[in-house]
Design a protein around this ligand. Sequence first.
Ligand SMILES: Nc1ncnc2c1ncn2[C@@H]1O[C@H](COP(=O)(O)OP(=O)(O)OP(=O)(O)O)[C@@H](O)[C@H]1O
Length: 284
Amino acid sequence: MAETAVRVRGLRKVYGDHVAVDGLDLDIRRGEIFGILGPNGAGKSTTVEILEGHRTRDAGEVDVLGEDPGKASRRWKSRIGIVWQNEVVIGDTTVAETVRHFARYFPDPRDPEEIIDLVGLTEKANARVSGLSGGQRRRVDVAIGVIGRPELLFLDEPTTGFDPAARRQFWDLIRSLADGGTSIVLTSHYLDEVEALADRLAVVVKGKVVAEGDPATLGGRASAQAQVSWLGADGPMTHRTDSPTTVVAELAAYFKGEIPELTVTRPSLEDIYLGLIKEQETAA
Ligand SMILES: Nc1ncnc2c1ncn2[C@@H]1O[C@H](COP(=O)(O)OP(=O)(O)OP(=O)(O)O)[C@@H](O)[C@H]1O
């Protein structure tokens, strides 16, 4: 089996005179969770829809699970799972009926009851979808996305409307799918979600990848200066340093023990991300 789930080179998509995707390259490995971040209008959905085979491209090479999504076979489509940004589930059927219905589209579906349990809807299995809360409906979408045992799953803003506990539960579900070998492409505006889930991520700005890497080291994050803060005699103090351990040791000696209100932080993924976006805007 090839190591690569998705390979994109020089992807381009133009709407009228607006270049939405402008020479984008992407490599997503099998079995990894790959995050795509970017501001509104950056071209993320357009790119993902091209990868899913739902949108044509104007130029570039695209290989998804060994096929060109623009010419993909029915068999290929059954190997892909999609959780859409806007929920697709409507109508007056129950959760169980809905999931069973979608299972019929696939050659080797998972057990609908097992999937309903996996997304935490067992108690609602016989409830009508129309009567579910927003977060519960989203879980039905996820159930539909994974019922066909996809090798590659696209998740577009999957936890919008979830309460914090449901989000954590959903993250566990995504991790368990990835552990089982499913490759996952996650588009989200929640940086904590991408940080918690993604093995690697790409930041897309104006139709191009401007940074790529793992969440812990993206944009020099791991080697960025740490910020040591504490409460000094004259009020809150902050010191930026390459050697926080030394600073903390010196402070501990000075205070002869506990350092009041001590924190040591590195830039968050959000700090790095916002810095990248600003850099691109300034460069424009
Ligand atoms: N069908 C369309 N016709 C014309 N322009 C479009 C169409 N779809 C998207 N666009 C434009 O292409 C650009 C990229 O849109 P896209 O939806 O891919 O961005 P996005 O990064 O997914 O944004 P968001 O985070 O808001 O979902 C935007 O400027 C958008 O207005």
